[in-house]
Design a protein around this ligand. Sequence first.
Ligand code: ADP
Ligand code: ZN
Length: 524
Amino acid sequence: MTATINLNEQLKHHFGFDSFKGDQEAIIRNLLEGNDTFVLMPTGGGKSLCYQLPSLIMEGTAIVVSPLIALMKNQVDVVNGLSEESGVAHYLNSSLNRAAINQVYKDVHEGRTKLLYVAPESLNKEDNLEFFRSFKISFYAIDEAHCISEWGHDFRPEYRNIRPTINKIGAAPVIALTATATDKVRMDIKKSLGITDAKEFKSSFNRANLYYEVRQKTNDIDKQIIKFIKQHPGKSGIIYCISRKKVEELAAVLKANDIKAAAYHAGLDSATRSQTQDDFLMERIDVIVATIAFGMGIDKPDVRFVIHYDIPKSLEGYYQETGRAGRDGGEGICIAFYAYKDLQKLEKFMEGKPVAEQDIGKQLLQETAAYAETSMCRRKVLLHYFGEEYTKENCGNCDNCLHPKVQRDGQEALLIVLKAIIAVKEAFRQDYIVDFVKGRATDDIVSHHHEQLEEFGAGEDMPVKIWNPVIRQGMIAGYIHKDIESYGLLKMTAAGKRYVKNPTPFTYVEDTDFSETEEEASEA
Ligand code: ADP
Ligand code: ZN
């Protein structure tokens, strides 16, 4: 039925674009056919159009759930400005007064509203139920759908109630959209939204124009950053720090060095914040020093660098934050400073939190540490984290590919690891396996009587630092699978089982050891 709609014509008519980007057309057709739809696309991929265009074509009003109250007005203005028709988009959130709410009701009931943006808490509000039942809903679009998952980088508990609320209001197709693509988050979204049968559209998350580098965090970090900025005069950049205090300090240091910089964090008043955003967009300032409060919904196409002063809390967060560089396809330099003691600091921060949350937080941190310490292609590691295989040997655009380390023979070590995983019945995590092959009779191992197994200590004569990189690189090579459903138990893949019967050459690269070098550096 939808085959008869000329979507290109509609695209041109409403948005002025000549052709669809990536999977947009297939996504839109799927939704027009009334199917649940799941869209995984990196930032800048063109997600909004996937629900905006169908909303204009379909009968009724589309409900767009979005977490960003501060940006809702802006999102709505953009739609109303883009489209021929004015005033097809409206929004409902806690910032509106009674009169404005009544106006929204009126616009919807009189059929003007094709897209109604709502904050999740407004959707879920009991008082609004009657209103949502009083008009025809074409479909529900759940934007930033990863907010539903504790494994995402921006968990919002209200997102959990979306499905129950939809059930109360009345069913219509659901389109969920996110730029976060780990398997765990993906499963959470589908389950929680009740769209396990949704057709999934996943674009590649590779951002070929972004250059990735990790530097050891030493006492001269400020000097390194100033030098870098001076080497890129007039270029726009963002520097992320974990704490507001550090944001303020670093911004002051940069300003004292004649760099047009400003601080941005949630503790500043909203006038200052929006002034800073404007100044950045209008290029009155070059560098924003910010906490992660900065960036969501900021669409500056020519950000040339993103620097992480502190290690990010998760690789997804890192991907999102670095994703703000080079959105126009031009150069984007992404540098993260890493010190082992930062990691410990972050783990300490988590101590007061509920145990389950700590468990998740620590695992996410470990993935970031693995990314920082690896000597493999960083792009390969990042994409692997998002369930994507990057097949090129050398990406040519990360520090490790530009300065490759020597490959070492890891065949025997891999075999020892695989046999260990089998010996403990694929029921333990990486740390446990490492202790096991090293022959460390920890309390945990003894309580399982695993120190009595023949495979226990099979690698005790090998260098202790070999195990983590071999396991991680064995995962990326497809021999080992880390099972996320069971919080990271190591399992054998079919290729791993074959490897045990018929081992073949396997090389690995050593990790960079940040713990030692950092101490030396701070003594200097
Ligand atoms: P996302 O939400 O995935 O980050 P957006 O929806 O903001 O991405 O789109 C990114 C940019 O691409 C926007 O400037 C948008 O106008 C533009 N865009 C989207 N679809 C098309 C298209 N088919 N042709 C040209 N530009 C497009
Ligand atoms: Zn690379």
